[in-house]
Write a protein that binds this ligand. Sequence first.
Ligand code: HH2
Length: 279
Amino acid sequence: MNAPPRPAATATPVRVMGVVNMTPDSFSDAGGFDSPEAALAHALWLAAEGADILDIGGESTRPGAQPVTEAEEIDRVIPLIRALRAESPIPISVDTMKPGVARAAIAAGATIWNDVTALRHAPDSLATAAELGCEVVLMHMQGEPGTMQAEPRYGDVVAEVAEFLARRGETAIAAGVAPEKIWLDPGIGFGKHMIRHNLPLLKHLDRIVALGFPVLLGVSRKSFIGAVSDGPVPADERLGGSIAGALAGAAAGVAAVRVHDVRETVQALRVWQAIAAAG
Ligand code: HH2
């Protein structure tokens, strides 16, 4: 006798955000395209590979990266956003902590402001986000990008990150950002000990998801993957660990993962989801 049909799995598909770094010094891909055309081609390639969103950044957050002026950052990202908007309907996010860059990016066609400082970098960040009416990603980071990995300290990392994100969500709403425009991100690798802080956060992502906002997770090519493996591994050899992190996110119910390797992540998520939906 056949078994009765089972209800389909309820897991919503995890969206894939492809990273396009317009930086000469990103830790993850050493960034830098020879020309704007090459950057556009890469972005369109990520879209063709199945990205749901493209995240364009013009300043590396790697400790020791060169600071970039607002004008320079605008020069790096706006031509690409404009060109991409003309070629593709894919949602675009801008990875910046500067309200002036976010403003220019939204005017050029981006719809998401991805801010690793959770709108704390400039006095007018919150008001600008409210005025622009765009989606915002509020990410947790302890300290500043230049020094954040020096000596990160927490009592209970999961509780503290969750508490911070809940408060920043409330603060953004109080400043006029619509609740449905807010995403949260635990900020893996941002002021976190490679093992002692990143791993519990990944294990207990469900507690960030439980805050009720969509969660974005960035694990792709991060250094802790080497630390958990046999030792330092070059950034472009961290695909297996990146996918393991994306699947941990999917299992916990994150809304999206921020990745460099779109095709492989899409495949892994599809298989994971097909298994979850099997009878
Ligand atoms: N990670 C990086 C940059 N931006 N934004 C969010 N919301 N979440 C993340 O985890 C995140 C992020 C670091 O990765 P990458 O862009 O590859 O490196 P760099 O900052 O050196 O350009």
